[in-house]
Design a protein around this ligand. Structure first.
Ligand SMILES: NC(=O)c1ccc[n+]([C@@H]2O[C@H](COP(=O)([O-])OP(=O)(O)OC[C@H]3O[C@@H](n4cnc5c(N)ncnc54)[C@H](OP(=O)(O)O)[C@@H]3O)[C@@H](O)[C@H]2O)c1
Length: 246
């Protein structure tokens, strides 16, 4: 084990919080985004020398990008131990107005992107005899969405299934695959995409009375990423303020 973690979509928001937490915990962290330039400021703020941080482009829709980053990290640090499939696109749209193109585009990021990450890094971890995959899910994937569109909700619903399928595939090889499923978080994308009046209503309907905390999601990801989390696999941990109780 080399203590190397890859976090996708880490230019800001939850991905940035997760990258910062894992780096603080002592992991070498690879942070990726749609462009290297978008993640470089986060990388520089963590370790300007680049010894413990690598920043690069990884479009999660492209299998070749996944393979390329896997190979770069093997060259730089000897391999990767943890993958956090965080990158995603949150979209809000009225159900009957979503075009086929919009639906497909969203699924291609949130669902196909997660699939490709698991498909490329799962065997890498299996061959090394150890690995942790944490897929960032969403409450929308369970309840159909409180603030988001059907394309987003459906794509996240598929992440539940992928998490279980990949967990089963790699369980005997020391590789765990889990999901963390937040409800609405106190993060920029929520304020950018949800109408302010609707957001007030959403907040008023959250049983614990507040938006979720990205730092706590990051703490949870770090726990699932730790060697001690060996017996948790195929699970989905809900952190939604009581909006959805199983
Ligand atoms: N915020 C919430 O309330 C909430 C709740 C539940 C679940 N989540 C999930 O948490 C994750 C992070 O959300 P967030 O709130 O931090 O959203 P965010 O601020 O929009 O960040 C998402 C990141 O994903 C990147 N990304 C989008 N498409 C990509 C692609 N094709 N390839 C690589 N990177 C891509 C974006 O890069 P660019 O900026 O370059 O486009 C962005 O940096 C997502 O999976 C989201 O579904 C969020």
């Amino acid at each position: 084990m080399n203590n190397v973690a890859l976090v996708t979509g880490a230019a800001r928001g939850l991905g940035e919080a997760i990258a910062r937490k894992l780096h603080k915990e002592g992991y070498k962290v690879a942070i990726t985004g749609t462009s290297a330039a978008s993640v470089q400021p986060v990388a520089d703020s963590l370790d300007a020398s680049g010894e413990s941080v690598w920043a690069g482009a990884l479009d999660i829709r492209k299998k070749s990008d996944w393979e390329s980053v896997r190979d770069i990290l093997t060259e730089k640090w000897g391999g990767t131990d943890i993958l956090v499939n965080n990158a995603g696109r949150s979209q809000v749209a009225p159900l009957l107005e979503i075009t086929p193109e919009q639906f497909t585009a969203n699924v291609e990021i949130n669902l196909n992107g997660t699939f490709l990450g698991c498909q490329v890094f799962g065997p890498h971890f299996r061959d090394r005899g150890y690995g942790r995959i944490i897929n960032i899910h969403s409450l929308a994937g369970h309840n159909g969405g409180t603030a988001t569109g059907a394309h987003y909700a459906a794509s996240k619903g598929g992440v539940s299934t992928l998490t279980k399928v990949f967990a089963r595939e790699f369980a005997a090889a020391g590789v765990t695959v889990n999901a963390v499923s937040p409800g609405p978080l106190d993060l920029p994308v929520v304020y950018e995409t949800v109408d302010p009046d609707k957001l007030e209503t959403i907040k008023a309907n959250i049983p614990v009375g507040r938006l979720g905390d990205a730092e706590f999601i990051a703490d949870t990801v770090a726990l699932l990423a730790s060697p001690g989390a060996a017996s948790v696999t195929g699970a989905c941990w809900d952190i939604n303020g009581g909006l959805y109780m199983r």
